[in-house]
Design a protein around this ligand. Structure first.
Ligand code: FAD
Ligand code: SF4
Length: 405
């Protein structure tokens, strides 16, 4: 009898839950980032785990790193709990990786050294380079074939469904902020002995359809793009399948067309620098061509130890001044201006020569996105504004003048 079964009564909520049907309305509704949690039995905990239903940065940081970030420390205010920040590049870059491939190399070494049994990473569909296919990679080859960004919302946590009975007890999870927030929230209920988290900074992600709109309006031949990145020289760099490189200045984007392209989840997100990861590997706090690493705790250092001797490392640096550029950007974005290309190129050149670099470029990007997202929330989800913006983001946003309505 269903309700009288003592085993049922003793089981954890996820043992009784079923993944939601793909395509149904998920609990966060329009704000859902399709992180994949609801595509697994761990949907049982969605109310207290989803990054878009309730923000819980302090609790997450305290559980993952032993303390929450120090809001009076400017570097922690911006980049989160940390014991070390540095820039690096692999001495032998991995061909086809997003940058030099530090993330893939850590995944490979974690398997080779037996630190973990599997790596949660994102491959691509056979039919489409930009359609993400999350997987639990068990071999270095599988990790390597997941290299390079799939710049679209990816349901990484759907593979949690494969954990029970898989024999995987030690896992390295690679993911972006919203995925990691949900993962950290359900971590105590996962059938794992060890979980290591390698985070990517993330901003302005899009659905697959949104990506097409972006490519169609920005690049000369959208169908041949295999790789792109918004880089520290204030240009978007596209690589085509024939090896050709094309760059477009940020300031030349067709803002009126692109205003609605970003996913609502990303327009309401303040976890740009992936607060819950043990180690974060991005690029925006480093000089052009290098990667930027934030070690948040001893587990993050353990991950870095796996590849440290293969890295050309350097300290982080910072120069320039971001405030005026961010304030002007708020006003230009709000008016949805589209600049002629000659002017966009000219502004790009000036900003590239005189503008923020290193950590200051990272702060420029964080400030620009946090202020834009606060405005978006105010206009689209006013009831969520107060609870949804974490204390560190409120402190950053308060440094700027936002339009009154
Ligand atoms: P690689 O060795 O090429 O490995 C890339 C890894 O990314 C793979 O392991 C794969 O599993 C994972 N991955 C790919 N697509 C996704 C996805 N959609 N969701 C989750 N995981 C994925 N860095 C910044 O400094 N600033 C940014 O604004 C920024 N935005 C980003 C936006 C997105 C959507 C993504 C996925 C990453 C972003 N990054 C950003 C991180 C940066 O682009 C690189 O991914 C990072 O520096 C690692 O480079 P790599 O060469 O070491 O990675
Ligand atoms: Fe579920 Fe993730 Fe969507 Fe939240 S963001 S509703 S946890 S799939």
């Amino acid at each position: 009898m269903r309700w009288g079964n003592p085993l049922m009564a003793a089981s954890a909520p996820h043992e009784r839950a079923r993944p939601l049907a793909k395509g149904s309305v998920y609990p966060a509704k329009d704000l859902c980032s399709q992180c994949g949690l609801c595509d697994s039995r761990w949907v049982a905990y969605v109310k207290n785990s989803c990054a878009f239903l309730e923000q819980r940065f302090e609790a997450m940081e305290a559980a993952a790193h032993g303390r929450s970030r120090d809001l009076d420390n400017e570097e922690e205010l911006y980049f989160g709990v940390q014991q070390r920040m540095l820039t690096a590049r692999l001495q032998q870059p991995i061909e086809g990786a997003q940058w030099t491939g530090i993330v893939s190399r850590i995944g490979v070494r974690a398997l080779e050294t037996g630190l973990v049994d599997a790596v949660l990473c994102v491959g691509q569909s056979e039919a489409d380079r930009f359609t993400p296919v999350p997987r639990l990679a068990r071999t270095p080859e599988e990790v390597l074939s997941a290299r390079v960004n799939k710049p679209t919302l990816s349901p990484n946590l759907e593979v949690l469904e494969q954990l029970p009975g898989s024999g995987i007890r030690k896992l390295l999870a690679i993911g972006v902020g919203c995925q990691i927030q949900a993962l950290r929230a359900v971590q105590p209920t996962l059938p794992l002995d060890e979980l290591y988290v390698l985070g990517l900074p993330c901003v302005d992600n899009v659905s697959r359809a949104g990506l097409q709109t972006f490519l169609d309006s920005t690049v000369s031949s959208p169908e041949t793009v295999v790789h792109y990145e918004f880089m520290q020289d204030f240009r978007i760099h596209f690589r085509h399948s024939d090896g050709r490189e094309e760059t477009v200045p940020f300031f030349g984007l067709d803002t009126p067309k692109l205003k609605d392209v970003f996913a609502p989840s990303c327009l309401s997100c303040f976890d740009y620098t992936n607060a819950g990861a043990d180690l974060v590997v991005g690029y925006m706090g480093a000089s052009f061509g290098r990667q930027w690493l934030t070690v948040r705790n001893p587990r993050g250092q353990l991950l870095l130890d796996l590849v440290e001797e293969e890295l050309d490392m350097a300290p982080v640096t910072s120069s320039g001044e971001r405030f005026a550029a961010v304030q002007q950007g708020i006003e230009a974005y709000d008016k949805a201006l589209k600049l002629p290309m000659w002017l966009a190129n000219l502004i790009g050149l000036v900003v590239q020569r005189l503008g923020p670099k290193g950590l200051e470029y990272g702060r420029f990007s964080i400030d620009s996105h946090f202020t834009r997202n606060a405005l978006w929330l105010r206009r689209n989800h006013p009831g969520k504004l107060e609870a949804h913006i974490p204390a560190f983001a409120k402190a950053i946003i308060s440094r700027y003048r936002l339009p009154a309505s």
